[in-house]
Write a protein that binds this ligand. Structure first.
Ligand code: NAD
Length: 497
């Protein structure tokens, strides 16, 4: 593999020559990626099975399905989104044009994680391509089969002068990070997130950090327990709990816990049969290191459902634990595996206290039919995303930005937010050079007088009430500009000189 500096030099050259600027070029690349997914679906699904024993259905819905929809959305909207965005102005610039022009950053590094190794590696890349950047794609070495498929396929479908895959582990990523990029997009844990942030700091490179953490789930007595159990357990055990927005732990009263557990047993039987190990819909832990880490977490608290492990297959059964207490490792680190600990709280106020005593989560879930209780939690906690009465589903709404806050990340993407993330929003004020414009602005020049100052203050004053309706405002602003100009020239010009 060539040295990162050689790859970046090729990409920078293409970027500087404007190769990725035309919208038609970006759309062509996105369509080619779409073709790549269609023509290689079996290969991709098989790699996901090898890495995570991910079922065909889960892979289609949660990995490839996201990618298809995202490309359709980008291709359909790109021309519109890339157009200049005209903005409202005040009297001082009445004759001029003010707009936001979105422009690509340049050469972007996108680092993916292993848990949804196709989706998380390529979804950000769609946004980077749509915005007109050149991209180095770094798949996670932990999902090796998927990384191999991505590095084999991408050069066949994307222009290699503009988009490259760089594979490898910590050593290779460390080498990459020594280089200067114009944007870095990283998905993974927050410890490495800090390393990425520090490396970006050296060149003041802007970053998006899509991190993780412990996402709480509060269940109250007003919720339908069977429906809530189905939705909570589905979100927890999808991809064997290896989902950044999986509900990490459940907060409820002891009374609800006692009702929830038998229902949860029933639901798990419906989902995965008598023995989840034999279910084609239940995956495996990605690597021995993670298997050992999760298995160790079973040692604290009481296993009430599941708990079986098989190191040979890296299998851990869907597990529910009770009697866990603050300070236990299972309540300290992100579980990222198929264990759902239940923490007892007396009410929503205690739940809020518990949530706020920890780092700000990526997702927060509330199951309740009590609107006041839901609002109480919403208004008194902070998290990247919230979903009421379901889990994971917030990710399917791509008109909502997806990202963390505090330790769970910075920046966001999905849908138009991806395009915006990878675009610099350049402010453009295009002034008129005519005589009228010059007269209107003449008071800004020295020597200064009180009349000039008053005039300038009038012209620059904010009139938010004038900004309600675009057409009416423009007419009003225009005529008040003419009036001001008239008054200024006829009565106030006496103060000049
Ligand atoms: P990982 O081990 O695949 O690491 C992610 C990337 O970081 C890889 O490409 C890897 O090569 C690189 N990397 C690892 N160590 C590095 C180092 N020392 N220096 C430079 N680069 C390094 O994935 P992971 O971190 O185990 O992923 C799981 C975590 O990611 C969880 O915390 C999860 O919540 C979070 N996550 C967040 C999102 C999100 O969208 N917010 C999505 C998925 C996972």
């Amino acid at each position: 593999m060539p040295h990162p500096s050689e790859i970046i030099s090729v990409l920078r050259n293409s970027f500087n020559n404007g190769k990725t600027k035309p919208i038609s070029f970006r759309i062509k690349q996105l369509k080619s990626l779409y073709k790549m997914y269609v023509e290689n679906e079996d290969k991709i699904l098989s790699a996901l099975w090898t890495d995570l024993r991910k079922s065909k259905s889960e892979s289609n819905v949660m990995e490839i399905g996201f990618l298809y929809n995202d490309i359709k959305n980008l291709v359909y909207n790109l021309e519109e989104w890339a157009k200049p965005e005209y903005v409202k102005k005040d009297l001082a610039n009445i004759l001029d044009t003010a707009y936001i022009q979105r422009e690509p950053f340049g050469v972007v590094l996108s680092i993916g994680a292993w848990n949804y190794p196709v989706n998380l590696t390529l979804l950000p890349v769609h946004g980077a391509i749509a915005a007109g950047n050149c991209v180095i794609i770094k798949p996670s070495e932990v999902a090796e089969a998927t990384s191999n498929v991505i590095s084999e396929l991408i050069p066949k479908y994307l222009d290699t002068d503009c988009y490259r895959v760089y594979t490898g582990g910590v050593a290779e990523t460390t080498e990459l990070l020594k280089e200067k990029f114009d944007y870095i997009f990283y998905t993974g844990n927050s410890t490495v997130g800090k390393i990425i942030h520090a490396a970006a700091n050296k060149y003041l490179t802007p970053v998006t950090l899509e991190l993780g953490g412990k996402s709480p789930c509060y269940l109250d007595s007003s919720a339908n327990l069977k429906t809530a159990a189905k939705r909570i357990l589905w979100g927890k055990y999808a991809n064997v709990g290896q989902t950044c927005v999986a509900p990490d732990y459940l907060l409820c009263t002891k009374e609800i816990e006692e009702k929830f557990i038998p229902i949860a047993r029933e639901v798990l039987k419906e989902f995965y049969g008598e023995n989840p190990k034999e279910s084609p819909d239940y995956g495996r832990i990605i690597a021995d290191r993670h298997f050992q880490r999760i298995k160790k977490l079973l040692e604290t608290g009481k296993v009430i459902v599941g708990g079986d492990c098989d190191p040979k297959e890296r299998y851990i059964a869907p597990t529910i634990m009770t009697d866990v207490k603050q300070g236990d490792p299972i309540l300290q680190e992100e579980i990222f595996g198929p264990i759902l600990p239940i923490v007892n709280v007396a009410n929503a106020h205690e739940a809020i206290k518990f949530i706020n005593a920890n780092e700000k989560p990526l997702a927060l879930y509330v199951f309740s039919n009590n609107t006041n209780e839901v609002k109480l939690i919403l208004n008194n906690t902070s998290s990247g995303t919230v979903c009421i009465n379901d889990t994971l589903m917030q990710l399917t709404v791509d008109t909502l930005p997806f990202g963390g806050v505090g330790q769970s990340g910075m920046g966001s993407y999905h849908g138009k937010y991806s395009f915006d993330t990878f675009s610099h929003k350049k402010s453009v004020l295009w002034k008129d050079l005519g005589l009228l414009g010059e007269k209107l602005g003449a008071a800004k020049y020295p020597p200064f007088t009180r009349a000039k100052m008053n005039y300038l203050m009038f012209m620059l004053a904010k009139r938010p009430w004038l900004r309600c309706n675009k057409k009416i405002c423009n007419v009003l602003v225009f005529f008040s500009g003419i009036l001001t100009y008239y008054i200024f020239n006829n009565y106030m010009s006496l103060y000049y000189s």
